[in-house]
Design a protein around this ligand. Structure first.
Ligand code: PTJ
Length: 266
């Protein structure tokens, strides 16, 4: 962060009163706006965050049971994968850079930049954010993203040979549905973090964590550490008992019942 951005961010902190009930949420938005000024996030990323915030309201801004179940299975898949990769876009880099690196270290997994609105300036800006957060290697930047996901026409098709192309498990967040579908067609297990249980990404992924990336990424690291102490049989049991459609149904049911309850409480 340069000096002007730093003082701007301090002045925003000053503007939002300490006891403002939405302080955390406002500061998170501010983080995205700052990241947009550094070309990490695109303006469309702000719209995506707004959509996410709406769903986060519906789940009461907490990690719920349906997310816990998905987190456990996601952790097992990541631990047991031969080549697990965490796919990072602009919003994720802005919101949880250090947490992504800590998760990658705990698994261990590779980190790859993959963008819908790809250009070299953004690739480099995101790589810088991740390296400043402690990443030793960041795939998917420049020439490294020279492989292609078949039958995908967006910029998200550009991937690294050592990363997403050869990955057996891919973790992604705030995604559009096309790439998730293409990755699943390639036989990969896709773990998606998406607050919207109705999105194409949520419906297509192998495991959908309906939660905010801000909570989900650190929670996933905790689960990874916990699942490492389970036996192979115990992990197998978790995988066998998992049904992603049930998890999505659980999330939708929770949202509708909560809304119904809130309407009664008025
Ligand atoms: O950085 P780029 O170029 O790769 O572009 C990234 C965006 C986010 C702009 C791009 O992937 C996009 O347009 O995504 P969508 O189609 O708007 O989808 C974003 C999904 O993430 C929506 O279903 C949102 O509800 C969800 N979402 C938004 N904020 C969060 C979230 N899910 C979890 N945590 C959030 N903080």
């Amino acid at each position: 962060m340069d000096k002007t951005q730093d003082s701007k961010s301090r002045s925003i902190r000053g503007i939002v009163p300490e006891n403002h009930p939405r302080r955390e949420s406002i500061l998170i938005r501010e983080r995205l706006v700052e990241a947009m000024e550094r070309e990490v996030v695109v303006p469309q990323g702000l719209i995506a965050q707004g959509r996410g915030e709406c769903f986060d309201y519906l789940i009461g801004e907490k990690t719920r049971d349906f997310a816990e179940r998905a987190l456990e299975v996601a952790a097992v898949l990541l631990i047991e994968a031969k080549n697990p990769v965490i796919s990072v876009n602009g919003n994720m880099a802005a919101l949880v850079p250090r947490e992504i690196v800590e998760l990658a270290d705990a698994i261990p997994a590779k980190i790859e930049v993959n963008l819908f609105y790809r250009d070299e300036v953004r690739e480099r800006a995101i790589e810088k954010v991740l390296r400043e957060a402690g990443a030793r290697e960041v795939l998917g930047v420049g020439e490294d993203a020279s492989e292609t996901i078949p039958e995908l026409f967006s910029e998200r098709r550009r991937v690294s040979k050592r990363g997403i192309l050869s990955a057996d498990v891919v973790l992604l967040g705030l995604e559009d549905g096309d790439r998730t579908e293409a990755l699943v067609r390639m036989g990969k297990r896709v773990i998606a973090i998406d607050l919207n249980p109705l999105s194409r990404t949520s419906l297509t992924a192998s495991v959908t964590i309906v939660d905010n990336v801000i909570r989900a990424i650190p929670a996933l690291r905790e689960k990874v550490l916990k699942m490492k102490s389970l036996s192979r049989e115990e992990r197998e049991k978790l995988l066998k008992g998992y049904n992603n459609r049930d998890v999505l149904r659980g999330a939708m049911k929770f949202m509708s019942e909560r809304l119904a309850q809130l309407s009664l409480d008025l």
